[in-house]
Design a protein around this ligand. Structure first.
Ligand code: GLN
Length: 486
């Protein structure tokens, strides 16, 4: 196997034995990029020169046996809405096309301390609004299993970079499923931590009460390792909790005998693809074989998750995106006769269609006369949704559902129908509304050889159990070992 096809864990072992160098890993990753990137467009930017320079520094440290850094010499790709000092962070938008971040996000500082090598910035739906990565100003990303299909979104570039072995690991962001849904579409592992587990300092805000940074990897161990590196309290983000971060990777190996997993009846409804349903039912059997106990549960407010999300997220977005006015950040429309026209033209020219739609929906729902009817009502229902989860977690240790109701759809198929696009998030947004953690792991393929994802949802701050169940499941299957043939 080529180095770019190995996991971070395997590469770490080889690096520490001196069998390989990180320069060789970087070279191998870029050979793949040169081979497949033109077809896939996972990246907005990448730099071999910068990556190899970082690798040389890592190799020096490795030779000096300073290899106590957990990700020393391991390549990682970063979604283009996470700030890195002195580098562009476009958020997939024209309005930030030339914006250069003045500081490192906390997750980036942590990854630097861990020794990771940054190879490039991944493509995304503009401002993380979308489920297909078609809303990028820089053009769509393609699914490596079938390039006529979307990779999911909004972190489609990060999912594809890992799935196609154009990177070993990657970071994405989640507001309503943007890590788990593309992970499911691309056949990789994607994780969204508890709200408050990972600092959002330096993540460009979409909807602040929902946003979290998440991780992509080709197996559960790598995913857990990456989460271990980026989690924890941060004085720069007051929403992070001051609770200890367990060593997830050391807790993976315990069995899951007697562990109770809930199966919510509201997640096996009409509209779920028959092949997806079948794959999930087989995965449930597999968990039973491993000794876990299924429990039938109900999350009665599930039907309101999508409407509640698509009120709260746009409301928060309309407020967060007010800062892009041609004065503070990024693009400014030239030749406007006065200040007001300049504001209008900048936003009209700088934002894409979906972002404008969200700003309008949000502004409408927050306006006087509608505020109580939409926004406040949505907040109240959000509380009921949260309580649903609190109730069921009295009866089970985790919840099993499909990640997405269908496999990857065709490029262009849903762009003209936003509601159809929003339906891709039907099983993921509840998790963000409740603030709980969840993972998507590969659990099968459709007849057309498109990946299917299994979602495992956990209790607040109980990432550990999710990783343990996901790992036990993964180790008893072979899904995660398959790679697309591009
Ligand atoms: N697809 C959802 C949306 O468009 C979720 C996006 C996200 O998680 N960033 O809002």
């Amino acid at each position: 196997m080529k180095l770019n096809e190995l996991t971070a864990y395997e590469l770490k072992q080889k690096l520490s034995k001196g069998e390989i160098t990180s320069s060789e890993i970087v070279t191998s990753v870029f050979e793949q990029i040169n081979k497949t990137e033109e077809k896939l467009h996972a990246y907005i930017r990448y730099s071999f020169e910068s990556a190899i320079e970082q690798a040389k520094i890592c190799d020096k440290k490795l030779r000096a046996k300073e290899n106590h850094m957990p990700l020393l010499g391991i390549p990682i790709a970063i979604k283009d809405n996470i700030c890195m000092e002195g580098e562009k962070a476009t958020c997939g938008s024209k309005i930030l096309e030339n914006f250069v971040a003045p500081y490192d996000a906390t997750v980036i500082s942590k990854l630097k301390k861990a020794g990771a090598i940054f190879i490039g910035r991944t493509n995304m739906d503009e401002f993380a609004m979308g489920s297909s990565t078609e809303n990028s100003y820089f053009g769509p990303t393609k699914n490596p299993w079938d390039v006529t299909r979307v990779p999911g979104g909004s972190s489609g570039g990060s999912a594809v970079a890992v799935a196609s072995c154009e990177s070993i690991l990657s970071l994405g962001s989640e507001t309503g499923g943007s890590v788990r849904q593309p992970a499911s579409c691309c056949g990789v592992v994607g994780f969204k931590p508890t709200y408050g587990r990972v600092s959002r300092y330096g993540l460009v805000a979409f909807a602040s009460s929902l946003d979290q940074i998440g991780s992509f990897a080709r197996d559960v161990r790598d995913c857990a390792l990456l989460m271990e590196m980026i989690s924890g309290h941060d004085e720069f983000d007051s929403t992070t909790a001051n609770v200890p971060v367990p060593k997830y990777t050391e807790l993976l190996d315990r069995d899951i005998k007697g562990l109770k997993f809930g199966i919510p009846k509201e997640y096996f409804i009409e509209g779920v693809d028959a092949e997806v349903k079948e794959a999930i039912l087989i995965a449930i059997k597999q968990l039973e074989i491993l000794g876990a106990i299924p429990v039938e549960i109900s999350l009665p407010h599930t039907q309101y998750c999508l409407p509640v999300y698509y009120i709260i997220a746009p409301c928060e977005a309309s407020s967060n995106l007010a800062r892009f006015d041609g004065v503070h950040y990024g693009y400014r429309s030239p030749n406007s006769p006065n200040l007001l026209e300049m504001y209008k033209n900048t936003r009209a020219e700088g934002f894409g269609k979906e972002v404008k739609r969200r700003i309008m929906i949000g502004t409408y729902a927050l306006s006087s006369g509608y505020y109580d009817a939409y926004y406040v009502k949505a907040l109240k229902v959000r509380t009921l949704i949260k309580r649903d989860f609190e109730e069921v977690f009295k009866k089970c240790d985790c919840i099993i559902t499909p990640t997405s109701p269908t496999s990857a759809f065709k490029i262009g198929e849903r762009v003209e129908d936003p509601v159809k696009m929003y339906l891709a998030d039907i099983f993921t947004v509840s998790v963000n509304l409740a603030g709980v953690p969840a993972i998507s792991v590969p659990c099968g393929w459709t007849k057309e050889k498109l990946p299917i994802g299994l979602q495992i949802i956990g209790k607040h701050y109980d990432e550990e159990t999710i990783f343990r169940v996901a790992y036990a499941y993964e180790q008893s299957t072979n899904w995660h070992k398959q790679r697309p043939n591009i």
